[in-house]
Structure formats: structure tokens, C-alpha cells
Design a protein around this ligand. Structure first.
Ligand code: URP
Ligand code: ZN
Ligand code: ZN
Length: 459
């Protein structure tokens, strides 16, 4: 099926032009003025709307056994929510734990997505131990098109790895040309501080942040950077939340360390007072690294505007109210995570572009193009160009709405951003030339999504 988008104001990184876009066989084949469409082509009039390359969420959890339960979404629900919010590709963390076989875990995660996702997807492969067979397994996984790793410096004895394993993972990544993404917190300090607070009878969600203070994240970030430096690998700090951790990352970058930084939607918009709310309302806002003191938000927005924070992800990780209550008696048992896959683009546009914190160019870069470049998807994804996949977001900047659990498509009974206003939303979203969303409704083909095979790009 052919697709013609007429009268588009095309926003790419570095350019904004008025033209028509024609796509055939899933690919953009022409961009120009007054293009003709063959009979039967789908025609969309984008007059008065912006047209963006499909947005990419570089950090989501969909299938996730974690903290004695499972994250709530399936690829069916998460992909529909993603598309309605303008995200046409997501990269899921494949997270077998230390006791699992990595290769079996990889096959399991793939099987959960296969034929289920309505948008395209890829994986970051977690390295949660480094034993005799790990190198051969990771080589096989990279040859299968999963060309990025994930390591956790937190979550001791579950996802977490020690320094020796981190060195081996980075050293192998350097040889394979694979970027390593990392959750950066000092696991030992988290464990000690948790014990200390619980011994003092401090059990509520408001103690989650003090158990993982900014200095603990800064230590993890600095240590990861030092290991990246000494292995000459390429690193990517996920969900960086605060000024101290940013300083550690920028310090490393200024020494020439190949380090990239992601921050996630909750840390731009929510502060620790949300997790200090009483009872389950606080628990709903527990994630790691935790929501921080408010002044950090300005720091993150400024760093994002300058490009020293490269990307904005979500760390989408839905647990419902009942699951959050697993931590009723102790904050250490609250399943960590806040969902956001559906709201990232609209809230970033509203709070970033509309509030004058972010140029349109950086908005597109941080929510799409930069992730495509870092993770080996560019120029197939992350740009509107002849030869690229026809993943397009026709964006209605006149739309006004409010984020609410009542209208969301994510499989959860609350929304961490409840009540926030949005000033814009996708009018039409296409995946490889097929219209999947119109005006907040999924109208497309279930299971259309493909796993994206990626080549290593960081030699
Ligand atoms: O709280 C979080 N971030 N939950 C998901 C697991 C992780 O650390 O990314
Ligand atoms: Zn994490
Ligand atoms: Zn995560």
C-alpha cells in the first residue's frame, strides 16, 4: 500500500521544510512539492501540522520478572500505548537474572514480543553475570542483531554484577563494537542504607530516596565511567536523575571518555515529594534511581537543551496498585518502576518545547534521532529521508488534553503523571507506511512490529 502525506512541515534534526512525503513498500521513496499518488494510495493532509520521524524510546521494560512479581504490560498493550503516544520503535531491556541462562533468557524475551508488537522493537541484552559461557553466548546474541548490552551496578544478587564482571562485559563490548548501557548506583551502599533505615523503623516509601541518595548514584556513574575509560568501550548511562550524577558523567566526558547520557521522563517532571505522599500514593512513585529534590529538574532540562543529556527515554515499567502494595510494610519491597511509554512524547513536547525549555530540533533529536544513531538504527529510523522506513508522526499542535489513567492504553490502574496537561498529540502515526493510529485511537494492524536487527557501530 502506498501512502502520501500532503502539505507536511517536516521536522528533522537540522532542518524544517514544507513538502509532501510519499512512501511505498514500507519505505519513503520521494519527498518533494506537489507529489502525485497512484490510485488506491492512502492520502493524509497534514496542513497545519508538524511531521516528525517516528519517536524511539530507548529504555522500556515490558516482560519483566522483578521484585517478586511481573511488570503488567504485554507487547500488545505496550506497543499500542507507545504508538498512540507517537513512539514507533522501542528498545526493551532483556533482563534474565543472575541465576538464569542468558541465551535461554534472550530466546524467552524474543518469544514474548514475536508477532505481538504493533510497532517495531529491539533489545538491549543484559549481562547479569560473566561466566565461562558468557562470551560465546553474547557473541551469538550480537550476531542475531542485538548490538547493545545492559549492565546493572544496582540490584545486588539479582541483576547486579560486580566490578570484575563489569570489566569483562565492557572489554568484550569494546572488541565487538557494542555500546554498553548501565544502571549506575552503588549496590553495596544501597543495601547498607536500606538496612540502616529499616532498623530505625523507617519503612514508608518516603525512605526510598534517602536509601539511594544522589551521592550513591554519582558514585555508580563515576565508577562506570572509569571502567569505560579503562576498557576504551562506549558507555551509555541510563535514567540519570540528578546534578551530582550528571557532574560525574560530564567530568568523564571532559576527559574524553566515550560516554552518553539518558534521562527519563519521570525525572524531568516529578520530584521526590510524589514518593513522600502517604501510603500507596507514594509507592506509585517509587523507581530507581529515585525521584529527586526539585532543583535537579532544572539541571536536567538545561543539560538536555545543550545536548549533554543525549536522549529522553521512559524506563517504562508498570506495576499496578496491588503490586505496589507488596511494599506496604517495607519500602525495599515496593516494585520499582513508573510507566510512561504513552506520555513521553506529548509531555516532552508540552513541558519542553511549549514551555521554551527545548528547541524543536533537540526535541526530535533527544526523543528519536540520537537514539537511532547511538543504537545502530540510523538512517533506517530517526529521520524522514528517502530510503528510511516510513515511520511518521503527523503531530497536531492544537490538541489540548489531560493525562489520565482513565483514558490510557498502558495496562495499569494509575498514571504517575495524572492530571498533567498536554498541548499536542499525534493525529496520525505510521509504521513502515501503514497508518496505525488516528487521533488517539489504534486503527492499525496488531502484530505488525518487527524485531530490528542492528549492526555493532562502536568500534
Ligand atoms: O525503577 C526502575 N527503574 N525499575 C525498572 C528497573 C530498572 O532499574 O530500570
Ligand atoms: Zn535501572
Ligand atoms: Zn530500566
Amino acid at each position: 500500500m502506498a501512502l502520501l502525506i500532503r502539505n507536511a512541515e517536516i521536522v528533522n534534526v537540522g532542518s524544517q521544510v514544507h513538502a509532501d512525503i510519499f512512501a511505498e513498500n514500507e519505505i519513503i521513496t520521494r519527498i518533494g512539492k506537489n507529489l502525485e499518488a497512484p490510485p488506491g494510495a492512502e492520502i493524509v493532509d497534514a496542513t497545519g501540522k508538524l511531521v516528525f520521524p517516528g519517536f524511539i524510546d530507548p529504555h522500556v521494560h515490558i516482560y519483566l520478572p522483578f521484585m517478586a512479581t511481573f511488570a503488567k504490560d504485554t507487547h500488545e498493550t505496550a506497543s499500542i500505548a507507545a504508538l498512540i503516544g507517537g513512539t514507533t520503535t522501542y528498545i526493551e531491556m532483556c533482563c534474565p537474572n543472575r541465576n538464569d541462562n542468558a541465551l535461554e533468557g534472550y530466546q524467552l524475551w524474543k518469544s514474548k514480543a514475536d508477532g505481538k508488537s504493533a510497532c517495531d522493537y529491539a533489545f538491549h541484552m543484559s549481562v547479569t553475570k560473566f561466566v565461562k559461557e558468557t562470551e560465546a553466548q553474547l557473541r551469538q546474541i550480537v550476531s542475531d542483531g542485538t548490538a547493545s548490552f545492559k549492565i546493572f551496578l544496582a540490584y545486588k544478587n539479582f541483576f547486579g554484577i560486580d566490578d570484575g564482571e563489569m570489566y569483562q562485559a565492557l572489554e568484550l563490548a569494546k572488541r565487538l563494537g557494542v555500546i554498553v548501557t548501565a544502571h549506575c548506583e552503588n549496590a553495596e551502599l544501597v543495601a547498607r542504607l536500606q538496612q540502616k533505615l529499616l532498623a530505625e523503623g523507617k519503612t514508608g516509601p518516603e525512605w526510598h530516596e534517602p536509601s539511594r541518595p544522589e551521592s550513591v548514584e554519582a558514585d555508580g556513574t563515576g565508577r562506570f565511567a572509569t571502567f569505560v575509560e579503562n576498557t576504551q568501550a562506549t558507555g551509555y548511562v541510563v535514567h540519570l536523575s540528578c546534578e551530582k550524577a550528571l557532574d560525574a558523567a560530564l567530568n568523564a566526558k571532559s576527559r574524553g571518555v566515550k560516554l552518553h547520557v539518558e534521562s527519563v521522563l519521570p525525572h524531568f517532571l516529578l520530584d521526590k515529594s510524589y514518593a513522600e505522599r502517604r501510603g500507596v500514593e507514594g509507592m506509585k512513585h517509587v523507581m530507581s534511581p529515585p525521584l529527586r529534590a526539585k532543583h535537579n529538574q532544572t539541571v536536567l532540562w538545561n543539560a538536555l537543551a545543550l545536548g549533554s543529556i543525549d536522549t529522553v527515554g521512559t524506563d517504562h515499567c508498570p506495576f499496578d496498585t496491588e503490586q505496589k502494595l507488596l511494599g506496604e510494610d517495607s519500602f525495599v519491597n515496593i516494585p520499582n518502576g513508573i510507566p510512561g511509554i504513552e506520555d513521553r512524547v506529548n509531555l516532552l513536547y508540552t513541558q519542553g518545547v511549549k514551555r521554551g525549555r527545548l528547541e524543536l530540533d533537540r526535541f526530535v533529536d533527544s526523543a528519536s534521532t540520537r537514539a537511532a544513531k547511538l543504537f545502530g538504527l540510523f538512517p533506517r529510523k530517526g529521520t524522514i529521508a528517502v530510503g528510511s522506513d516510513a515511520d511518521l508522526v503527523v503531530y497536531d499542535t492544537n490538541y489540548r488534553g489531560v493525562v489520565s489513567a482513565k483514558s490510557q492504553h498502558v495496562n495499569n490502574d494509575y498514571n504517575g503523571f495524572e492530571g498533567m496537561k498536554i498541548e499536542g498529540r499525534p493525529a496520525v502515526v505510521t509504521v513502515r507506511g501503514k497508518i496505525q493510529v488516528r487521533d488517539g485511537k489504534f486503527v492499525g494492524e496488531h502484530g505488525r512490529g518487527k524485531m530490528l536487527k542492528r549492526e555493532p557501530t562502536h568500534f
